[in-house]
Design a protein around this ligand. Structure first.
Ligand code: EPZ
Length: 421
């Protein structure tokens, strides 16, 4: 197992190129199940979660030519419809094959995702929506067994809660259904938007993209002819590097980004006193005179993302005053708190609310444990300003979603190396 060794209190400086978004690439790869042609994708992030989904697609019978950030994928040879426990237990996002497999083959089996480090994360809303489209769903021996022998039928779906993966699954299923599907209370995340746009470019009639009501005209089961496309930049990776600049109070530019996707984070950074210059495809952060505390409530896009909560919490530990962070999406997304406490942070938890008493220059290096993907990056951020050496263990979590994190931070001047336990 690898760990990261970081020597703190370093300024960083320079420019970092952001890679493609993991959370956009995952549903896009799942959508290739609906393709009749070779699908060419560029700007694919080189992270473990993508490799896991490719492994699943290969198990289903797909073939591909994969070169780090580019892939040509052929799913016409698909001959299996089971997403096994072995894969799903390592990555919940495997649930994204449920909608497209069912729409294409009329049956499939996907292992029911189990518990998760950040919350219970049920998939009931995905299943309820597919049932409304005519699927018969049974949970048996840990598997979701779904059938729709006569195909899925479009209908109106009202999601009880906004769900990113649920919206994505239903958009993909609806593309090949008979008749129209209307999704009310749909997710508006940029990753959902890109999935809809790629399907639209592949000939599916979709309106309301980027709004909370999406309408899809199903084509009755015809496979789609995809155009080549590039995955959108990763707004969470972008936000994480902005936090690296902020916590070290440095000047930092991130390139290959869509600044509009970062707006909720940029406004918070400005509230904290940092300078923010928005370019066309870049953002530059400049130091604050004094890092001010903030209030954050995580919510759906375009609000402040839960996937940036841990990193901003690390940043708040060096603010001059008391910050309040309310995590509204996941009931258990505070595992990083106990690790930050070990580094000298002053944080108290009360239900969904964390109170962070900023203590500038008081974090110190120690051994800490990564508990989930974003929690891991928060620990790395804290380590950048901690006095002495920090070892972040279990960074396989980090490798799921960050492409060459230590290489990029080293380029910016951080003292960070990967070692074996
Ligand atoms: C996506 O997960 C992301 N993952 C998550 O990113 C992200 O944190 C989350 O959206 C919220 O933005 C991917 O895109 C692969 P949801 P998803 O369904 O789709 C509840 C990261 O760090 N819910 O929008 O699984 C759920 O428990 C990851 O990259 C139900 O109750 O999230 C949560 O409270 C972590 N029933 C809320 O809805 C359901 O059937 C939002 O979850 C589905 C969801």
């Amino acid at each position: 197992m690898d760990f990261l060794k970081i020597n703190g209190t370093k300024k960083i400086e320079g420019s970092i190129e952001i890679t493609g978004a993991k959370n956009a690439a995952l549903p896009l790869l799942a959508a290739t199940i609906l393709a009749s042609n070779n699908v060419m994708i560029s700007n694919l992030p080189n992270v473990v979660d993508i490799k896991t989904l490719l492994k699943l697609l290969r198990m289903l019978g797909a073939t591909f030519d994969h070169k780090i950030n580019d892939i040509t994928i052929n799913t016409t040879s698909l001959n299996k419809t089971q997403a096994t426990y072995e894969i799903v237990k390592t990555m919940r996002a495997s649930i994204l094959v449920l909608g497209p497999l069912l729409a294409r083959f009329g049956h499939c089996e996907v292992s029911l995702p189990g518990g998760c480090a950040i919350g219970q994360r049920p998939v009931d809303l995905h299943l309820k929506a597919l049932e409304a489209m005519g699927a018969v769903i049974e949970i048996k021996a840990g598997y979701i067994k779904a059938t729709a022998p006569n195909g899925l039928t479009g209908t109106t779906i009202v999601f009880d809660k906004i769900t990113v993966g649920g919206t994505e699954n239903i958009v993909m299923a609806a593309a090949l259904a008979k008749g129209n599907t209307t999704i009310i209370n749909a997710a508006k995340e940029p990753e959902v938007v890109q999935l809809c746009e790629v399907l639209r470019d592949a000939g599916v009639e979709i309106t309301g993209i980027g709004t909370n009501t999406i309408e899809i005209v199903g084509n009755g089961g015809k496979l789609l002819e995809f155009k080549p496309f590039a995955v959108i930049p990763d707004r969470i990776e972008a936000g994480t590097y902005l936090c690296a600049g902020a916590i070290t109070n440095s000047t930092l530019t991130i390139t290959n980004v869509i600044p509009k996707h970062l707006e909720a984070m940029l406004v918070k950074l400005q509230e904290m006193g940092f300078g923010i210059q928005r370019g066309e495809n870049s953002v530059t952060l400049t130091p604050a005179n004094k890092i001010k505390p903030i209030h954050i409530t995580t919510t759906e896009y375009p609000g402040f993302p839960t996937d940036m909560q841990a990193q901003f919490m690390a940043l708040c530990t060096v603010a001059d005053g008391v910050s309040i962070i309310d995590e509204k999406l996941f009931e258990n997304r505070f595992m990083h708190v106990s690790e930050l406490l070990r580094m000298g942070a002053n944080i108290t938890l009360n239900g969904t609310v964390a109170t962070v008493v900023g203590t500038p220059n008081e974090l110190f290096g120690t051994d800490v444990m990564a508990t989930d993907l974003r929690a891991s990056s928060a620990l790395v951020l804290a380590a950048l300003v901690a006095e002495g050496e920090t070892k972040v263990h279990r960074i396989y979590h980090l490798d799921r979603g960050y492409d060459r994190l230590e290489e990029k931070l080293t380029l910016l001047g951080a003292d960070i190396v990967r070692e074996k336990e």
